[in-house]
Write a protein of this length. Structure first.
Length: 220
């Protein structure tokens, strides 16, 4: 299903709450790219991009875009104080060395074991898996943000991914338009439910078993 901007922003706002002072963070395209807009103004987060930037800031105001300054997806960005540039090889070396604290990626499917499929739908032409493979395997914490079901109403959280994998057992947290779910050694743990949905709705639209947290929260 397609999400309107309000829902996408709500997911991004919730994902921003997972970031802590001083972290180095890489953001995927789509919903993840909205996250810098929802951080406290006094919080210092260094956003890294595969095209060779450390210190990405909020999206520029309309009309103030710099054609020479973009993220890895080619969208215009701003810089924060202390930002730096380097070549793409150095950017990927940072990722492969495990220096990124958190990556937030979009998803097509996530399995109950934390497998991620987010780069290809069979039959559609795509440029390739890109940097998502390295980020999913090497980042200290992987957060996936996505709609809870696809355009046909089918669950995107499943027992086993049917789409080509980006990486195995890599996802730590899933944030959707309906819920926040942790991936644990004991399976998927539902920790938050997004209004107007309820637990029953989330469970019925999830294609894998869910345990319910004792401290389950409801986000209005």
């Amino acid at each position: 299903m397609e999400m309107d901007m309000g829902i996408r922003e709500r997911i991004a706002r919730r994902a921003a709450q997972e970031l802590k002072e001083g972290m180095i963070v890489n953001l995927g395209i789509g919903i993840p790219s909205l996250i810098p807009n929802y951080l406290p103004s006094d919080m210092t987060i260094m956003f890294q991009a595969e095209n060779g930037i450390l210190g990405l800031g909020k999206s520029p105001e309309k009309g103030e875009e710099d054609a020479n300054l973009c993220n890895a997806a080619g969208y215009p960005v701003t810089l924060t104080k202390g930002a730096s540039y380097f070549d793409s090889a150095t950017a990927f070396a940072m990722i492969r060395k495990g220096l990124i604290d958190v990556t937030v990626l979009g998803g097509l499917q996530v399995s109950e074991k934390g497998d991620l499929a987010n780069w290809m739908v069979p039959g559609k032409r795509v440029p390739g898996v890109g940097g998502g493979m390295e980020l999913a395997q090497k980042t200290k914490k992987v957060i996936v943000v996505m709609s809870h079901v696809n355009k046909d109403g089918e669950p995107k959280i499943v027992t086993a991914c049917s789409l080509p994998l980006t990486a195995r057992r890599c996802v730590d947290l899933i944030i959707t338009d309906r819920a926040v779910i942790e991936v644990t050694n004991q399976g998927l743990l539902l920790t938050e439910v997004m209004s107007p949905y309820d637990v029953e709705d989330v469970v019925s639209h999830t294609g894998a078993p869910l345990r319910i947290a004792r401290t389950l929260k409801r986000i209005e």
